[in-house]
Design a protein around this ligand. Structure first.
Ligand SMILES: [Zn+2]
Length: 197
């Protein structure tokens, strides 16, 4: 049974809204975000992250990715971009080949810069020549691909060779030989013969 025309309209509007929201995530005006210290959050179907899911086992149909992002000021007033990404994709254990959930909860901070030159500038060092720890840099553009950054964080959070901490079945145990469910009549006969001897 399909819904009423109103229901259908409502559903197609919701779908259009979701698509528009996703479209926006590919082109975020980060310059405005920085100017107004904007923030946003949302949920996306895990299935949309095809680069992440390449080579991964089949996912649960309702699996989703939660994200939240904001522009803030660092302690010296420097503009920063913060991103949190949460998901529970299924990965395949490379020892026993069983899928299992891999919880992801990433908090990433970036320094916002205005030019490629700043982006590629050498990392600052202290007087002893030690590299100072600072956040990764992000080019602050008017058409920033937030969707792609969310996917980058997901990809980085999944191990290259996922493994259970402890597999249910140790793989070095030999599989049980295939036995018939019931003893065969011949076996029963043989046992009877043994008894008679
Ligand atoms: Zn395993």
């Amino acid at each position: 049974m399909s819904g009423s025309p109103q229901d259908k309209l409502q559903k197609s509007l919701q779908k259009a809204g979701r698509q528009a929201a996703e479209q926006n995530l590919h082109s975020v005006n980060l310059i405005e975000w920085r100017r107004l210290s904007l923030s946003a959050e949302g949920q996306l179907p895990l299935a949309r992250f095809s680069r992440l899911l390449d080579g991964m086992p089949e996912q649960l149909p309702q699996a989703s990715v939660s994200w939240s992002a904001r522009c803030v000021r660092g302690v010296r007033g420097e503009p920063r971009f913060e991103l949190e990404v949460k998901a529970d994709p299924l990965v395949e254990c490379q020892r026993c080949l069983e899928p299992f959930p891999w919880p992801i909860d990433v908090h990433a901070t970036f320094d916002l810069v205005d030019s490629e030159a700043e982006l590629n500038a050498e990392v600052p060092v202290d007087e002893d020549g030690e590299v100072l720890e600072e956040p990764e840099r992000l080019l602050c553009s008017g058409r920033f691909d937030l969707m792609s950054l969310i996917e980058d964080e997901l990809v980085l959070a999944v191990p290259y060779v996922p493994r259970h901490a402890q597999c249910e079945l140790p793989v070095d145990v030999e599989p049980a030989p295939e036995l018939p469910e019931r003893p065969s009549p011949f076996a029963a006969l043989a046992a009877l013969k043994d008894k008679k001897q």
